[in-house]
Design a protein around this ligand. Sequence first.
Ligand SMILES: C[C@@]1(CC(=O)O)C2=NC(=C\c3[nH]c(c(CCC(=O)O)c3CC(=O)O)Cc3[nH]c(c(CC(=O)O)c3CCC(=O)O)/C=C3\N/C(=C\2)[C@@H](CCC(=O)O)[C@]3(C)CC(=O)O)/[C@H]1CCC(=O)O
Ligand SMILES: NC(=O)c1ccc[n+]([C@@H]2O[C@H](COP(=O)([O-])OP(=O)(O)OC[C@H]3O[C@@H](n4cnc5c(N)ncnc54)[C@H](O)[C@@H]3O)[C@@H](O)[C@H]2O)c1
Length: 206
Amino acid sequence: MIPLMIDFTGKKVIIFGGGVIGARKARYFAYEADVLVYSRSFHPEFQEIPVRTEVCNLTGDLEILRNMIHDASLVIAATSDPELNELIESACAREHIWCNVAAGKRGDVVLPAKISGNRYVIAVSTSGSVPAVSRLVREEIEKTFPDLDDLILLGEWIRDIYRGDRAGTESYDTVLYTVLRDPETRKALTNGMNAAREYVQRRFAL
Ligand SMILES: C[C@@]1(CC(=O)O)C2=NC(=C\c3[nH]c(c(CCC(=O)O)c3CC(=O)O)Cc3[nH]c(c(CC(=O)O)c3CCC(=O)O)/C=C3\N/C(=C\2)[C@@H](CCC(=O)O)[C@]3(C)CC(=O)O)/[C@H]1CCC(=O)O
Ligand SMILES: NC(=O)c1ccc[n+]([C@@H]2O[C@H](COP(=O)([O-])OP(=O)(O)OC[C@H]3O[C@@H](n4cnc5c(N)ncnc54)[C@H](O)[C@@H]3O)[C@@H](O)[C@H]2O)c1
């Protein structure tokens, strides 16, 4: 499997199944994509998730399914019926639409454990094998990098200095990589961005 970061703005995601899993998947996409959920019942959590919901009883008719999904960029089969999920997956294959299957034969998309900030997104997957391991790795990354947004901001600041005419004696690459790997930078960041900038300026005479 190959990871991709996709901009879902303006793209349609169709979810079949309104249970706990359907709700988790709906929340994953709700704040970027246009999400529509079909199900005969909906978990109470859906009241707090900004997605469209439509009550329907899916019969497993392939032609009806193909009509329902034709304008979607991604489909998620999250009903409690593995056979129905597999039919949804077949309809997607015929329409050339990416499909994630919550239970049943694996589709061609897996949702990763995700960490994101204003300036980054990190995704972890075991290619569907042991999601609990993905969660463990996510939690470890969160502990190791509580300051990623600030580190990125600091990197942007160093780049801007080198784009202007106020550069120190060391090269841009040397300064950037030394600063990012320096534990003192991270310590200074705990006292705020200004403290970190002062530390970098002092160390590299910028
Ligand atoms: C990452 C995360 C994202 C999300 O969904 O939000 C996610 N599962 C998470 C947690 C989690 N899920 C489960 C447990 C209980 C422990 C366990 O059983 O392992 C835990 C751990 C926990 O909750 O602590 C149960 C489980 N999950 C799947 C199955 C079916 C199977 O394995 O066949 C079963 C067994 C059901 C059963 O038989 O009862 C399947 C999938 N779960 C995936 C994603 C995809 C593969 C991801 C990968 O490649 O690693 C995939 C294939 C579906 C997909 O593509 O969406 C999210 C972590 C969020 C976080 O960061 O905390
Ligand atoms: N992918 C994962 O991360 C993961 C984790 C745990 C479990 N699962 C599996 O995912 C599946 C869904 O789990 P859940 O907890 O959300 O189940 P659930 O029973 O809470 O929800 C299933 C939903 O599908 C709907 N549904 C079922 N058949 C339908 C039909 N014919 N027409 C319309 N709607 C229909 C139900 O109304 C319900 O809203 C289960 O098979 C479960 O084992 C997946």
